[in-house]
Ligand binder design. Sequence first.
Ligand code: ADP
Length: 626
Amino acid sequence: MRKKQFKAESKKLLDMMINSIYTHKEIFLRELISNASDAIDKLYFKSLTDDSVKLSRDDFKIKIDLDKENRTITLTDNGIGMTAEELENNLGTIAKSGSLNFKKENADSDKAEDISVIGQFGVGFYSAFMVADKVEVVSKAFGEDTAHKWVSTGADGYTIEDCEKDDAGTIITLHIKEDTENENYSQYLEEYTIDELVKKYSDYIRYPIQMEMSHQVPDPEKEGEYITEITEETLNSMVPLWRKSKSEIKPEEYNEFYKNKFNDYSDPLAVIHTKTEGQATFDALMYIPENPPYDFYSKEYEKGLQLYSNGVLIMDKCSDLLPDYFSFVKGIVDSADLSLNISRETLQHDHQVRIIAKAIDKKIKSELAKMLKNDREKYEKFFKTFGVQLKYGVYADYGMEKDGLKDLLLFETSADDKPTTLKEYVGRMADSQNDIYYACGESAQKIALLPQTDAVKEKGYEVLYFTDEVDEFAIQMLMEYDGKHFVNICKEDLDLSTDSEKEAINKKNEDAKDLLEKMKNALDGEVTAVKFSNKLGSHPVSLSAEGYVSLEMEKVLNSMPGNNQGVKAQLVLEVNSNHPVAEKLQSADDETLTKYTKLLYSTARLIAGLDLANPTEFSDTIAELM
Ligand code: ADP
């Protein structure tokens, strides 16, 4: 018997793989079970057309045996098996030429890193070497007379010899490594670990995965004592809920599945179950939680859907399947399209995954749109919890996703105590109204009290109340809705007056030029201008902003960590020309004018929700004037 070397590149790849590709050693079991399941599939399909296969559907199974004493795990399947040649070709070369060529044709040559190249090969079987220092494969191909035994201790080669085996199928024995300081390999010899791993990764394999399990049961002969009973158990449930048709599934089943799988105490707010065929064929079962996951706002939170290939879990959190704005969605995706040419560890770069992700994004959006239309109350509840994510989605990536999201947004409004969509707002707009008006603030109540809000409402126009920090940023990104621009009513250039009103106020400002200049100087660079205004209703003063940065944006930007320079909105102090205070200003001497101006400016800041630089001075001046 001659020892054969692995093909040169295989050897190198094998070393790299063992050391780096798979971060979780436990996935070796999933890999071997998947191979066994594939092999059974092949024989099962053969049995449908070939009478010489004596097995029926119920005979197919995968068996796991643990031998703690000899430190072995044995996996037995009664699938199609391998000939000597197949053992050599399939297990002796990592990079089978077939998949290698496929990869070469499809790779962006400059981008395909070594690691992702390896990932494209069928390295699944080799993951056994992450936990075993010796692997034996006894296999008999269906229809052959002889069986063969393949043995390898890892990177330095393998042997093949004839051996005895009655029926077709494969028996793989892993000799588990000794424990090291960092690695507890013995755990893989424990029944409960294997049980757990099967349930975690291979629950939905279509064939039973059986193992002898020991249980402590009361001794029938001696009261109070226990004996060990050994029973053969099927570890996997075999039926994926998502593969069943919707009409067969009760709402409780959906909810129970969700709570078990995603560790939530509450039922989900919404279930999205979809079977998609076309460019990508997949089943998806997704959930919108009622509450944010407990770690949702922490750095540790990872978005993603569980990804299955034909019932086999290949990734626990496939983040590429979900856009950030849907990061709260939980669920699973199962696609047969993924099984062949991609590694289970590196498929995030896969084309197919991108197509599925796109379809999922569309599906979630359409489900939300449906909820908005048919179950407004539920949608408002959803939006209260997760709406801000959608707003960030509008703003993110330079607004790339804004069109798909804009009709899912809700805002508080002066028209109603229920939130409104932009579409509804535009539908209510008066004929004379050209723009969509909004104002920002901490809460709807506070915004409603702004002098500017009064003035706009008096004209009969509705104002959107932006209470989330991201609102105005999102809206800047949106720029317009249905051809209507967004206008911040606290910006200086908002002007709702008629031509003659404009003329009158311009004249007032012109006449009071010196006075206003003195007031501006009194504020020592705090404002870019002081102006008389006719849009403040009964209120004496307000602050507005000129240019791009609004007051609210200034607050948000300055609250961000690492922003030391301080972004400044360009402020304009507006004084109501119709208010008695205007006359007081005109008749004041210079010293009093300075005091009045500072007072007015301070009160305007308070109304706008800004801090005072010197509250003590403010208080002292008021007391002095009193
Ligand atoms: P992949 O499954 O991704 O193709 P593997 O390295 O896991 O890569 O397996 C290589 C090949 O070996 C499989 O494609 C299959 O042809 C063969 N093989 C592995 N395990 C078995 C098995 N239990 N029964 C029959 N064939 C097997």
